[in-house]
Design a protein around this ligand. Structure first.
Ligand SMILES: Cc1cc2nc3c(=O)[nH]c(=O)nc-3n(C[C@H](O)[C@H](O)[C@H](O)COP(=O)(O)O)c2cc1C
Length: 394
Protein backbone atom coordinates (compact mmCIF):
# COMPACT_ATOMS: atom_id res chain seq x y z
CA UNK A 1 0.00 0.00 0.00
CA UNK A 2 2.98 2.32 0.45
CA UNK A 3 3.66 1.99 -3.28
CA UNK A 4 0.12 2.69 -4.48
CA UNK A 5 0.24 4.78 -7.69
CA UNK A 6 4.04 5.11 -7.49
CA UNK A 7 5.64 5.04 -10.92
CA UNK A 8 8.51 2.58 -10.89
CA UNK A 9 10.88 2.16 -13.81
CA UNK A 10 12.72 -1.15 -13.68
CA UNK A 11 15.90 -1.51 -15.72
CA UNK A 12 16.71 -5.14 -16.51
CA UNK A 13 20.18 -6.24 -17.60
CA UNK A 14 21.62 -9.49 -18.94
CA UNK A 15 22.12 -11.45 -15.73
CA UNK A 16 20.81 -14.89 -14.87
CA UNK A 17 18.81 -13.47 -11.92
CA UNK A 18 16.64 -11.52 -14.38
CA UNK A 19 13.88 -14.15 -14.13
CA UNK A 20 13.25 -13.00 -10.55
CA UNK A 21 12.06 -9.66 -11.86
CA UNK A 22 8.74 -11.25 -12.85
CA UNK A 23 7.93 -11.98 -9.21
CA UNK A 24 9.12 -8.53 -8.16
CA UNK A 25 6.77 -6.92 -10.69
CA UNK A 26 3.89 -9.02 -9.33
CA UNK A 27 4.55 -7.80 -5.77
CA UNK A 28 4.72 -4.17 -6.92
CA UNK A 29 1.64 -4.19 -9.13
CA UNK A 30 -0.39 -6.02 -6.46
CA UNK A 31 0.48 -3.12 -4.17
CA UNK A 32 -0.89 -0.68 -6.74
CA UNK A 33 2.39 0.54 -8.25
CA UNK A 34 2.67 1.41 -11.93
CA UNK A 35 5.62 -0.34 -13.52
CA UNK A 36 7.46 0.17 -16.80
CA UNK A 37 10.55 -1.73 -17.90
CA UNK A 38 13.62 -0.80 -19.92
CA UNK A 39 16.05 -3.54 -20.99
CA UNK A 40 19.59 -3.81 -22.24
CA UNK A 41 19.87 -5.81 -25.48
CA UNK A 42 21.53 -8.67 -23.51
CA UNK A 43 18.54 -8.83 -21.14
CA UNK A 44 16.43 -10.09 -24.07
CA UNK A 45 18.28 -13.42 -23.68
CA UNK A 46 17.00 -13.70 -20.11
CA UNK A 47 13.45 -12.30 -20.02
CA UNK A 48 10.53 -12.25 -22.43
CA UNK A 49 9.03 -8.95 -23.61
CA UNK A 50 5.64 -10.67 -23.85
CA UNK A 51 5.74 -11.68 -20.18
CA UNK A 52 6.92 -8.21 -19.11
CA UNK A 53 4.22 -6.57 -21.18
CA UNK A 54 1.56 -8.81 -19.63
CA UNK A 55 2.74 -8.38 -16.05
CA UNK A 56 3.17 -4.60 -16.20
CA UNK A 57 0.36 -3.74 -18.67
CA UNK A 58 3.01 -1.59 -20.35
CA UNK A 59 5.22 -2.34 -23.32
CA UNK A 60 8.86 -2.95 -22.41
CA UNK A 61 11.52 -0.81 -24.13
CA UNK A 62 15.03 -1.76 -25.30
CA UNK A 63 15.70 0.33 -28.39
CA UNK A 64 14.90 3.60 -30.02
CA UNK A 65 12.81 3.75 -33.16
CA UNK A 66 11.47 6.54 -35.34
CA UNK A 67 8.13 6.46 -33.47
CA UNK A 68 9.85 6.88 -30.09
CA UNK A 69 13.06 8.87 -30.63
CA UNK A 70 12.92 10.47 -27.17
CA UNK A 71 11.78 7.45 -25.23
CA UNK A 72 14.78 7.68 -22.84
CA UNK A 73 13.76 11.21 -21.84
CA UNK A 74 10.08 10.25 -21.54
CA UNK A 75 10.82 7.27 -19.31
CA UNK A 76 13.20 9.30 -17.14
CA UNK A 77 10.55 12.00 -16.67
CA UNK A 78 7.72 9.51 -16.14
CA UNK A 79 9.16 7.60 -13.20
CA UNK A 80 9.22 8.42 -9.48
CA UNK A 81 12.12 6.03 -8.95
CA UNK A 82 14.49 4.13 -11.26
CA UNK A 83 15.60 0.68 -10.12
CA UNK A 84 18.00 -1.59 -12.00
CA UNK A 85 17.46 -5.22 -11.01
CA UNK A 86 19.42 -7.26 -11.65
CA UNK A 87 22.34 -4.98 -12.49
CA UNK A 88 25.23 -6.73 -14.26
CA UNK A 89 28.79 -5.73 -13.48
CA UNK A 90 29.00 -4.53 -17.08
CA UNK A 91 26.11 -2.09 -16.70
CA UNK A 92 27.27 -0.98 -13.21
CA UNK A 93 30.63 -0.06 -14.70
CA UNK A 94 29.02 1.81 -17.59
CA UNK A 95 26.87 3.81 -15.16
CA UNK A 96 29.96 4.76 -13.17
CA UNK A 97 31.58 6.09 -16.36
CA UNK A 98 28.52 7.89 -17.69
CA UNK A 99 28.33 5.71 -20.78
CA UNK A 100 25.02 5.89 -22.62
CA UNK A 101 25.37 3.29 -25.35
CA UNK A 102 21.94 1.64 -25.04
CA UNK A 103 18.43 2.70 -24.08
CA UNK A 104 18.81 1.65 -20.43
CA UNK A 105 22.08 3.48 -19.80
CA UNK A 106 20.88 6.56 -21.72
CA UNK A 107 17.67 6.67 -19.66
CA UNK A 108 19.77 6.37 -16.48
CA UNK A 109 21.86 9.38 -17.46
CA UNK A 110 18.75 11.36 -18.34
CA UNK A 111 17.08 10.59 -15.03
CA UNK A 112 17.31 12.78 -11.93
CA UNK A 113 14.90 10.79 -9.74
CA UNK A 114 15.93 8.53 -6.83
CA UNK A 115 18.01 5.66 -8.23
CA UNK A 116 18.57 2.16 -6.91
CA UNK A 117 20.90 -0.57 -8.14
CA UNK A 118 20.48 -4.24 -7.16
CA UNK A 119 23.64 -5.99 -8.39
CA UNK A 120 23.89 -9.72 -9.09
CA UNK A 121 26.95 -11.58 -10.38
CA UNK A 122 29.34 -14.43 -9.78
CA UNK A 123 31.33 -13.82 -6.57
CA UNK A 124 34.69 -13.27 -8.24
CA UNK A 125 33.21 -10.93 -10.85
CA UNK A 126 31.33 -9.02 -8.15
CA UNK A 127 34.37 -8.71 -5.87
CA UNK A 128 36.60 -7.48 -8.69
CA UNK A 129 38.09 -4.16 -7.53
CA UNK A 130 36.92 -2.42 -10.70
CA UNK A 131 33.32 -3.33 -9.89
CA UNK A 132 33.64 -2.46 -6.20
CA UNK A 133 35.18 0.92 -7.03
CA UNK A 134 32.40 1.62 -9.51
CA UNK A 135 29.74 0.74 -6.93
CA UNK A 136 31.39 3.10 -4.43
CA UNK A 137 31.36 5.83 -7.06
CA UNK A 138 27.63 5.37 -7.69
CA UNK A 139 26.96 5.38 -3.95
CA UNK A 140 28.91 8.62 -3.58
CA UNK A 141 26.61 10.15 -6.21
CA UNK A 142 23.55 9.24 -4.16
CA UNK A 143 22.61 5.94 -5.81
CA UNK A 144 21.26 3.40 -3.32
CA UNK A 145 23.08 0.07 -3.70
CA UNK A 146 21.15 -2.92 -2.38
CA UNK A 147 23.58 -5.40 -0.81
CA UNK A 148 23.82 -8.76 -2.54
CA UNK A 149 23.14 -11.95 -0.57
CA UNK A 150 25.49 -14.80 0.17
CA UNK A 151 24.27 -18.11 -1.18
CA UNK A 152 24.35 -20.67 -3.94
CA UNK A 153 24.80 -18.85 -7.24
CA UNK A 154 23.49 -19.96 -10.62
CA UNK A 155 27.07 -20.83 -11.67
CA UNK A 156 27.23 -23.37 -8.82
CA UNK A 157 29.57 -21.31 -6.63
CA UNK A 158 28.69 -20.55 -3.05
CA UNK A 159 29.35 -16.95 -2.05
CA UNK A 160 28.51 -13.27 -2.29
CA UNK A 161 26.76 -11.88 -5.37
CA UNK A 162 23.25 -13.30 -5.25
CA UNK A 163 20.49 -10.82 -6.11
CA UNK A 164 18.89 -9.39 -2.95
CA UNK A 165 15.58 -10.93 -1.89
CA UNK A 166 12.79 -9.34 -3.94
CA UNK A 167 10.92 -8.35 -0.76
CA UNK A 168 13.98 -6.39 0.33
CA UNK A 169 14.14 -4.75 -3.11
CA UNK A 170 10.49 -3.76 -2.61
CA UNK A 171 11.38 -2.27 0.79
CA UNK A 172 14.16 -0.19 -0.80
CA UNK A 173 11.61 1.19 -3.28
CA UNK A 174 9.43 2.31 -0.35
CA UNK A 175 12.53 3.79 1.31
CA UNK A 176 13.27 5.82 -1.83
CA UNK A 177 9.83 7.43 -1.51
CA UNK A 178 9.91 8.13 2.24
CA UNK A 179 11.40 11.20 4.00
CA UNK A 180 14.61 10.09 5.77
CA UNK A 181 13.74 11.23 9.29
CA UNK A 182 15.77 8.45 10.97
CA UNK A 183 18.77 8.66 8.64
CA UNK A 184 21.86 7.00 10.16
CA UNK A 185 20.15 6.35 13.51
CA UNK A 186 20.31 2.99 15.26
CA UNK A 187 17.07 1.95 16.91
CA UNK A 188 16.39 -0.92 19.31
CA UNK A 189 13.01 -2.56 18.81
CA UNK A 190 11.69 -5.38 20.98
CA UNK A 191 8.87 -7.54 19.72
CA UNK A 192 6.95 -10.75 20.27
CA UNK A 193 6.23 -12.55 23.53
CA UNK A 194 8.62 -13.77 26.20
CA UNK A 195 8.17 -17.25 27.67
CA UNK A 196 8.64 -18.34 31.27
CA UNK A 197 9.27 -22.05 31.77
CA UNK A 198 7.90 -24.32 34.47
CA UNK A 199 9.88 -27.29 33.17
CA UNK A 200 11.69 -28.01 29.88
CA UNK A 201 8.42 -28.35 27.93
CA UNK A 202 5.84 -26.19 29.74
CA UNK A 203 5.75 -22.42 29.86
CA UNK A 204 3.49 -19.39 30.31
CA UNK A 205 3.47 -16.70 27.65
CA UNK A 206 0.99 -14.59 25.68
CA UNK A 207 -0.33 -14.37 22.12
CA UNK A 208 1.67 -11.39 20.84
CA UNK A 209 2.33 -11.84 17.13
CA UNK A 210 5.20 -9.37 16.75
CA UNK A 211 3.36 -7.78 13.82
CA UNK A 212 3.51 -4.23 15.18
CA UNK A 213 7.17 -4.63 16.18
CA UNK A 214 8.08 -5.78 12.69
CA UNK A 215 6.08 -2.90 11.21
CA UNK A 216 8.07 -0.50 13.43
CA UNK A 217 11.35 -2.05 12.25
CA UNK A 218 10.32 -1.63 8.63
CA UNK A 219 9.18 1.94 9.26
CA UNK A 220 12.59 2.81 10.74
CA UNK A 221 14.29 1.17 7.74
CA UNK A 222 12.08 3.10 5.25
CA UNK A 223 13.15 6.31 6.99
CA UNK A 224 16.87 5.59 6.72
CA UNK A 225 17.46 4.17 10.21
CA UNK A 226 18.99 0.86 11.26
CA UNK A 227 16.66 -1.24 13.40
CA UNK A 228 18.16 -3.79 15.78
CA UNK A 229 15.56 -6.31 16.86
CA UNK A 230 15.31 -8.25 20.10
CA UNK A 231 12.61 -10.79 19.43
CA UNK A 232 10.79 -13.20 21.69
CA UNK A 233 8.33 -15.67 20.24
CA UNK A 234 6.75 -14.19 17.09
CA UNK A 235 4.09 -15.39 14.68
CA UNK A 236 5.40 -13.14 11.94
CA UNK A 237 8.56 -14.15 10.12
CA UNK A 238 11.40 -11.69 10.62
CA UNK A 239 13.30 -11.11 7.37
CA UNK A 240 16.92 -12.24 7.63
CA UNK A 241 18.25 -8.81 6.62
CA UNK A 242 17.19 -7.30 9.96
CA UNK A 243 19.85 -7.68 12.66
CA UNK A 244 17.97 -9.77 15.21
CA UNK A 245 18.76 -11.24 18.61
CA UNK A 246 16.40 -14.11 19.44
CA UNK A 247 15.48 -14.59 23.10
CA UNK A 248 13.01 -16.71 25.04
CA UNK A 249 12.70 -15.44 28.61
CA UNK A 250 12.23 -11.94 29.98
CA UNK A 251 15.64 -12.15 31.66
CA UNK A 252 17.26 -12.94 28.30
CA UNK A 253 15.39 -10.04 26.70
CA UNK A 254 16.61 -7.73 29.45
CA UNK A 255 20.23 -8.84 28.98
CA UNK A 256 20.06 -8.39 25.20
CA UNK A 257 18.51 -4.91 25.61
CA UNK A 258 21.13 -3.83 28.17
CA UNK A 259 23.83 -4.96 25.77
CA UNK A 260 22.45 -3.02 22.79
CA UNK A 261 21.06 0.03 24.61
CA UNK A 262 24.30 2.12 24.83
CA UNK A 263 24.75 2.01 21.03
CA UNK A 264 21.27 3.18 19.98
CA UNK A 265 19.54 6.53 19.75
CA UNK A 266 16.02 5.30 20.42
CA UNK A 267 14.12 2.32 21.76
CA UNK A 268 10.65 1.10 20.81
CA UNK A 269 9.73 -1.40 23.50
CA UNK A 270 6.96 -3.26 21.71
CA UNK A 271 7.46 -6.78 23.08
CA UNK A 272 4.69 -8.31 25.17
CA UNK A 273 6.78 -9.27 28.15
CA UNK A 274 5.38 -12.01 30.38
CA UNK A 275 5.08 -10.18 33.69
CA UNK A 276 5.37 -13.26 35.91
CA UNK A 277 7.63 -16.28 36.00
CA UNK A 278 7.58 -19.47 38.06
CA UNK A 279 9.38 -19.11 41.35
CA UNK A 280 10.74 -22.61 40.88
CA UNK A 281 11.57 -24.19 37.53
CA UNK A 282 12.09 -27.92 37.19
CA UNK A 283 15.09 -29.45 35.39
CA UNK A 284 13.07 -32.44 34.19
CA UNK A 285 9.55 -32.71 32.81
CA UNK A 286 7.01 -32.87 35.62
CA UNK A 287 5.10 -36.13 35.70
CA UNK A 288 1.31 -35.91 35.63
CA UNK A 289 -0.17 -36.79 39.00
CA UNK A 290 -3.74 -37.10 40.23
CA UNK A 291 -3.41 -34.40 42.88
CA UNK A 292 -3.34 -30.69 42.20
CA UNK A 293 -0.11 -28.82 41.45
CA UNK A 294 0.37 -25.50 43.20
CA UNK A 295 2.95 -23.17 41.71
CA UNK A 296 4.00 -19.71 42.79
CA UNK A 297 4.52 -16.87 40.31
CA UNK A 298 6.94 -14.02 40.96
CA UNK A 299 7.47 -10.83 38.88
CA UNK A 300 9.92 -10.83 35.96
CA UNK A 301 12.38 -7.94 35.64
CA UNK A 302 10.88 -4.70 34.30
CA UNK A 303 13.00 -3.95 31.21
CA UNK A 304 11.58 -0.48 30.54
CA UNK A 305 12.11 0.65 34.13
CA UNK A 306 15.73 -0.47 33.97
CA UNK A 307 16.32 1.28 30.63
CA UNK A 308 14.54 4.37 31.98
CA UNK A 309 17.10 4.53 34.80
CA UNK A 310 20.08 4.04 32.47
CA UNK A 311 18.90 6.39 29.72
CA UNK A 312 21.18 9.25 28.65
CA UNK A 313 20.21 10.76 25.29
CA UNK A 314 18.12 7.85 24.05
CA UNK A 315 14.46 8.38 23.21
CA UNK A 316 12.52 5.73 25.08
CA UNK A 317 9.11 4.78 23.72
CA UNK A 318 6.91 2.29 25.56
CA UNK A 319 3.79 0.47 24.38
CA UNK A 320 0.83 -0.36 26.55
CA UNK A 321 -2.45 -2.16 26.23
CA UNK A 322 -5.22 -0.90 28.48
CA UNK A 323 -8.86 -1.82 28.86
CA UNK A 324 -9.98 1.39 30.59
CA UNK A 325 -8.85 5.03 31.12
CA UNK A 326 -6.27 4.51 28.34
CA UNK A 327 -4.61 7.94 28.36
CA UNK A 328 -4.62 8.35 32.14
CA UNK A 329 -3.14 4.92 32.83
CA UNK A 330 -0.57 5.26 30.05
CA UNK A 331 0.57 8.65 31.36
CA UNK A 332 1.10 7.14 34.83
CA UNK A 333 3.24 4.40 33.28
CA UNK A 334 5.22 6.94 31.25
CA UNK A 335 6.08 8.96 34.38
CA UNK A 336 6.84 5.92 36.54
CA UNK A 337 9.23 4.44 33.99
CA UNK A 338 10.89 7.70 32.86
CA UNK A 339 9.76 7.30 29.22
CA UNK A 340 9.78 10.00 26.55
CA UNK A 341 6.61 8.73 24.92
CA UNK A 342 4.12 5.94 25.18
CA UNK A 343 1.75 4.42 22.66
CA UNK A 344 -1.40 2.95 24.17
CA UNK A 345 -4.11 0.94 22.50
CA UNK A 346 -7.22 -0.92 23.61
CA UNK A 347 -6.94 -4.71 23.86
CA UNK A 348 -9.09 -5.23 20.73
CA UNK A 349 -6.11 -4.07 18.62
CA UNK A 350 -4.18 -7.23 19.60
CA UNK A 351 -4.23 -9.67 16.71
CA UNK A 352 -6.19 -7.20 14.55
CA UNK A 353 -4.95 -5.77 11.25
CA UNK A 354 -6.26 -2.25 11.84
CA UNK A 355 -4.87 0.06 14.48
CA UNK A 356 -6.25 2.63 16.87
CA UNK A 357 -4.70 4.15 19.94
CA UNK A 358 -2.92 7.22 21.30
CA UNK A 359 0.61 8.60 21.16
CA UNK A 360 1.39 10.42 24.39
CA UNK A 361 4.61 12.31 25.12
CA UNK A 362 6.24 13.28 28.41
CA UNK A 363 5.00 16.85 27.80
CA UNK A 364 1.45 15.45 27.88
CA UNK A 365 0.91 15.88 24.16
CA UNK A 366 -1.85 13.41 23.28
CA UNK A 367 -2.46 12.41 19.66
CA UNK A 368 -5.13 9.98 18.55
CA UNK A 369 -3.98 7.39 15.99
CA UNK A 370 -6.44 5.63 13.67
CA UNK A 371 -4.95 3.74 10.76
CA UNK A 372 -6.26 1.02 8.46
CA UNK A 373 -3.12 -1.09 8.95
CA UNK A 374 -0.42 -1.60 11.58
CA UNK A 375 2.20 -0.75 8.93
CA UNK A 376 0.66 2.70 8.49
CA UNK A 377 0.33 3.17 12.24
CA UNK A 378 4.01 2.22 12.71
CA UNK A 379 5.11 4.67 10.02
CA UNK A 380 3.03 7.43 11.60
CA UNK A 381 4.29 6.74 15.13
CA UNK A 382 7.96 6.67 14.11
CA UNK A 383 7.54 9.80 11.96
CA UNK A 384 5.94 11.72 14.83
CA UNK A 385 8.53 10.56 17.36
CA UNK A 386 11.31 11.78 15.05
CA UNK A 387 9.55 15.10 14.45
CA UNK A 388 8.85 15.70 18.13
CA UNK A 389 12.20 14.60 19.58
CA UNK A 390 14.80 15.21 16.87
CA UNK A 391 13.27 18.45 15.60
CA UNK A 392 11.40 19.98 18.54
CA UNK A 393 9.58 22.49 16.33
CA UNK A 394 8.21 19.64 14.11
C1 LIG B 1 24.14 -17.42 -18.87
C2 LIG B 1 24.77 -16.10 -18.52
C3 LIG B 1 24.57 -15.58 -17.27
C4 LIG B 1 25.13 -14.35 -16.92
N1 LIG B 1 24.90 -13.85 -15.67
C5 LIG B 1 25.46 -12.69 -15.30
C6 LIG B 1 25.24 -12.18 -14.00
O1 LIG B 1 24.53 -12.74 -13.17
N2 LIG B 1 25.85 -11.01 -13.68
C7 LIG B 1 26.64 -10.34 -14.55
O2 LIG B 1 27.14 -9.29 -14.16
N3 LIG B 1 26.84 -10.80 -15.80
C8 LIG B 1 26.28 -11.95 -16.20
N4 LIG B 1 26.50 -12.45 -17.47
C9 LIG B 1 27.32 -11.67 -18.41
C10 LIG B 1 26.54 -10.57 -19.06
O3 LIG B 1 25.43 -11.12 -19.76
C11 LIG B 1 27.43 -9.79 -20.02
O4 LIG B 1 28.44 -9.12 -19.30
C12 LIG B 1 26.66 -8.80 -20.86
O5 LIG B 1 27.54 -8.09 -21.67
C13 LIG B 1 25.89 -7.84 -19.97
O6 LIG B 1 25.26 -6.86 -20.76
P1 LIG B 1 24.34 -5.75 -20.13
O7 LIG B 1 25.03 -5.24 -18.92
O8 LIG B 1 24.25 -4.71 -21.19
O9 LIG B 1 23.04 -6.36 -19.85
C14 LIG B 1 25.93 -13.65 -17.86
C15 LIG B 1 26.11 -14.19 -19.13
C16 LIG B 1 25.54 -15.39 -19.46
C17 LIG B 1 25.75 -15.92 -20.85
Amino acid sequence: MFLKDKKILIGITGGIAAYKVYELIRILTKEGAKVKTVLTPSALDFVSPTVLSTLTSNVPYWEWDYKNPLVHIDLAKWCDVFLIAPATVNTISKLALGIADNLLTATWLACDKPKIVAPAANTVMFKNPAVQENLKKLQKWGVEIIPTQKGLLACGDLGEGKLADINLIRDYLVKAQTPQRWKGKKVLITLGATKEYLDPVRFISNGSSGKMGLALAKAIFYQGGKPILVAGDTKVEIPEWFETVRVETTQEMLEACLDIFPSVEAVFMNAAVTDYKFEKTYQNKLKKKEKELIVKLVPTPDILTQLGKLKRNQILVGFAVETQSLVENALKKLRKKNLDAIVVNPSKVMGSDTYEGFLITKDSLVEEIKKPTKEEAALYITQRVAEIFFNPRG
